[in-house]
Design a protein around this ligand. Structure first.
Ligand SMILES: Cc1cc2nc3c(=O)[nH]c(=O)nc-3n(C[C@H](O)[C@H](O)[C@H](O)COP(=O)(O)OP(=O)(O)OC[C@H]3O[C@@H](n4cnc5c(N)ncnc54)[C@H](O)[C@@H]3O)c2cc1C
Length: 260
């Protein structure tokens, strides 16, 4: 159950074990919370080729069974029989006890660029941290190992008097069904952000590059990991790409040349 990286990876594990898999998606397209139609469809093409059956726009209401699960009842009343259920539907931050301590929270625990909270001598790091990103100039909250590890290091330095701002262009990659998915920077869409589409579903290789105020702030890459390093550098250096949009959209164009 779920249309994100956990379910994507689990689908592959189960198919490698030759287990029949039905994937229940709440949305109409895979990973539609973060990706656009083209990216989602390329991933779905891979899932379907790999033998996964997709049920769209469906929400699980309850599981049936006793000691073991026997089925999933959907909100539309349908029941899907199953011997095993795997649920990857995201997380909810446990913030109540933090609020009681009067530490400021929004979606996560608020922090400045030094990962310091509003409470004296309280730092934050990892998935729970909603911090001021000095590279993108916005508040970010990320969920990956590199980010958590590097933030732990930064907060630890702050605690020992070596105060320095947290600076990282975060990235994450996952693979399955012969498809590589990568995220770099901030991949959330907003009305004032522009998407540059590089590649196509037909070629099963597609980058969705997000531009804000003339600069690249993030990208999702399907089977285009060669773009990961140059995009990471372009984000980090804050290179202005206004006027280069058409070049960037050409999959053959070398993004690294924009760094010069
Ligand atoms: C299934 C899955 C697969 C993933 N795969 C990847 C991957 O391939 N690559 C990648 O980069 N990231 C991956 N991630 C994300 C990655 O695991 C997280 O970003 C990372 O673990 C965050 O580290 P953290 O220290 O912030 O939180 P966590 O690793 O979640 O650690 C939090 C710890 O705090 C403890 N805790 C919670 N509340 C309290 C409390 N009140 N008092 C004391 N202790 C408490 C918890 O028990 C836990 O031990 C995956 C996540 C999941 C769920």
């Amino acid at each position: 159950v779920g249309g994100g990286f956990v379910s994507f990876e689990m689908c592959e594990m189960l198919r490698l074990a030759n287990i029949d898999v039905t994937l229940i998606l709440r949305e109409n397209i895979f990973w539609h919370v973060l990706l656009d139609d083209t990216s989602g469809r390329i991933i779905e093409d891979a899932l379907i080729r790999g033998g996964v059956t997709i049920v769209r726009e469906a929400e699980v209401q309850e599981f049936t069974g006793g000691d073991t699960v026997t089925g999933a009842v959907l909100k539309n009343g349908d029941t899907l029989e199953c011997d095993m259920a795997i649920v990857g539907i995201g997380i909810v931050m446990n913030l109540d006890w933090v609020k009681k301590a009067r530490v400021a929270v929004r979606r996560g625990i608020c922090a400045n660029e030094y990962l310091e909270t509003n409470a004296a001598d309280v730092w934050v790091a990892g998935d729970i941290a909603e911090y001021k990103d000095v590279i993108l100039g916005e508040n970010l909250q990320l969920g990956n190992w590199v980010n958590a590890q590097m933030q732990g290091r930064c907060a630890g330095k702050g605690m020992t008097g070596k105060r320095e701002p947290f600076r990282l262009v975060s990235f994450y990659t996952t693979q399955g069904f012969g498809t590589t998915i990568a995220f770099v920077g901030d991949v959330c869409m907003a009305p004032d952000r522009v998407i540059l589409a590089r590649g196509s579903r037909e070629r099963a290789a597609y980058a969705r590059i997000i531009v804000w105020n003339g600069r690249i702030i993030g990208a999702s890459l399907i089977n285009r990991t060669q773009d990961l390093a140059p995009l990471s550098r372009l984000i980090e250096k804050g290179v202005v790409v206004a006027g280069d949009e058409e070049k960037i959209k050409d999959p053959a164009f070398n993004l690294a040349s924009l760094l010069n």
